[in-house]
Design a binder for this molecule. Sequence first.
Ligand code: SAM
Length: 260
Amino acid sequence: MALQAATTLDEVFAGQLAQRLCLPLLKTDVDLVHCTLATAVLVISGHSLYLQQTGRAAPGPVMVDFGSAGMRHRSRSGARELLGKAVGHGKKMPLKVLDATAGLGTDAFVLADLACEVVMCERNPVILEMLRCGLRSAAVSDDVWLSAVIQRMRLCPVDARQIPAEEIEGVDVIYLDPMFPQRAKSAAVRKEMALFQLLFDCSANPQDADALLVWALEQDTARVVVKRPSKAPSLATLKPSHCISGKSVRYDVYVHRKLL
Ligand SMILES: C[S@@+](CC[C@H](N)C(=O)[O-])C[C@H]1O[C@@H](n2cnc3c(N)ncnc32)[C@H](O)[C@@H]1O
């Protein structure tokens, strides 16, 4: 992984960020299609931050853009219904959700669009920077819908298990979307998922997600929801109270008490 300023105007900020993230800084004129110095490069371009894989076959850039057409579509799709049902949307207003594995904030945004108050934990410093950048851009957007949704999202830049007590106070639901195991048909993996697989070797510590579920179940919340690939076993072989199943994704719901 490396960092690059898109233009000379971005070089000062790029230098500061490279130092903060301990990443090597590539020259502005390095061509990422032919670059062999890194497999992925975090590019700073004005107020945007995006991750670009290097090489000829690399998919397009990945960035956090809550106002994008893709995000708007997702907020209106069937995926929203499934996730809403899993967290218990409509049973309590407002519902406070801790997204313990925020990633690029897509699920958190869908939840906030469903009027949930969302606290997002993210521990990876590169993903965190992308998330911060996306939240900053959305907060200054003149799109009324977007800025209203964003106001219900708060970032907590820690490992979820180290969340301060005041942040977990009053949380109704803990939501987990840990890394999916590597899929054999990697060409079919969405570019965001390919990026996660590149950034983290999720096979390195398969018990990590299990431990996170065990931690989540120890917290004083009404329910814990885990997103899984539809055919994957439950985390930590813990049987959920019930499942909400979609075509490729399943939500395992662990109910402690009613949402009141
Ligand atoms: C598959 S991604 C989540 C994608 C996210 N649901 C979305 O919609 O973009 C998993 C993310 O969880 C983060 N993560 C995993 N374990 C964590 C933990 N214990 N605390 C905080 N973040 C964690 C990883 O760094 C990664 O960014």
